[in-house]
Design a binder for this molecule. Structure first.
Ligand code: SF4
Ligand code: SF4
Length: 332
């Protein structure tokens, strides 16, 4: 039977895991409090401070997932339409630090990848923040008998529109993905949040329509793809000066073989960085929340993550060192 916020038994097991509760220390900012707000059909700004991290889902004995309830509510609303940017990271030029983080992308480097056995999703992050991750990966797969395909004209996954509740813009970007990745081949992403949108949010938005369910099933995070699809055992560089940050959208949807992380458990951070929603930047949340993760960086040379939002959050707020990198750059 479909779960509902009313199924919450108020046990409180989810509360300590919720980043926004940790910050505000108020019941209405916890998953339990938010479920109650939804059951009473109230409006509260506490709803908007849900980061969609899904930490509550993994601890709830009833299997409740607050963001899913909340998103269903948002998707039922009429929503509003905004001009759709194909590349959200263009907005980085509005910010002095953003200009420094932004890398120019040259699609002509991928002429040899017009046909292949699996698709690579060129997310905004892969194009403009950590393109090195793609080059490292392309070098590695050269020795395998499988060829990536990189379609031209790829656009944003739409997380920015989910954050500002522009359902129409999100729909438009989701439909573009069906068109871009129309052949029945795996789609590989390098960003935990893009992965979450393809896997979970597009099907929710289109009410489990068959094409979106099929796209979700053939979407892999890069490590999923290496382990589950290519049967490889990727391992990461072990170095006490590298901190590997595990993004929430990956941690809570983990399907890859955890052996690849076992050797770096000592260097793995499970802390939510608080980045997921762009709207909360405008309210100063990410800056205030950084006190929960900044202390983990003491003595680190590199902070490696695997998500565009986390990368940007760290990029904006961390004074170097550590350098901010993508996980794949440390794959052995
Ligand atoms: S998704 Fe994250 S922020 Fe939202 S209620 Fe659950 S734990 Fe809290
Ligand atoms: S863990 Fe689940 S049932 Fe318990 S309070 Fe949280 S949402 Fe409710």
């Amino acid at each position: 039977m479909k779960k509902r916020p009313e199924d919450c038994v108020h046990c409180g097991k989810c509360i300590a895991s919720c980043p926004s509760y940790r910050y505000f220390l108020q019941e209405s900012y916890s998953p339990r409090g938010r479920n109650l707000i939804l059951t009473k059909d109230l409006n509260s700004q506490a709803l908007d401070f849900c980061l969609f991290c899904e930490n509550c889902k993994s601890l709830c004995p009833q299997g409740l997932n607050f963001p899913e309830f909340y998103l269903q509510k948002i998707f039922q609303d009429k929503g509003y339409s905004l001009p759709t940017l194909s590349d959200s990271l263009n907005l980085l030029h509005l910010h002095p630090e953003g200009k420094r983080l932004y890398k120019k992308f040259d699609p002509s480097s991928f002429e040899n990848y017009r046909e292949g056995d699996f698709y690579i999703y060129l997310s905004c992050g892969l194009k403009h923040l950590y393109p090195e991750a793609l080059f490292v990966f392309l070098e590695k797969v050269k020795s395998l008998r499988i060829k990536p395909q990189i379609p031209l004209n790829q656009d944003c996954c739409g997380i920015i529109y989910l954050s500002i509740r522009s359902k129409e813009a999100l729909k438009k970007l989701a439909l573009n993905k069906l068109n871009l990745f129309k052949e029945d081949k795996p789609v590989v992403t390098f960003c935990a949040t893009c992965y979450w949108l393809f896997k979970r949010i597009y099907p929710l938005l289109f009410e489990e329509e068959a094409d979106f369910k099929a796209l979700s099933e053939r979407t892999y995070f890069i490590l999923d793809f290496l382990t589950n699809f290519l049967n490889l055992e990727p391992f990461f560089e072990e170095d006490s000066e590298i901190l590997y940050h595990l993004p929430c959208h990956l941690k809570n949807n983990l399907t890859f073989d955890e052996r690849s992380l076992n050797k770096i458990l000592k260097n793995l951070s499970f802390t939510c960085c608080g980045s997921a929603k762009v709207t909360l930047w405008l309210r100063g949340f990410q800056k205030g929340y950084s006190k929960f993760w900044k202390k983990e960086l003491i003595g680190k040379k590199v902070l490696a993550t695997a998500c565009t939002g986390c990368y940007l959050n760290f990029g904006f707020q961390v004074r170097r060192p550590p350098e901010i990198k993508h996980w794949i750059e440390f794959l052995k």
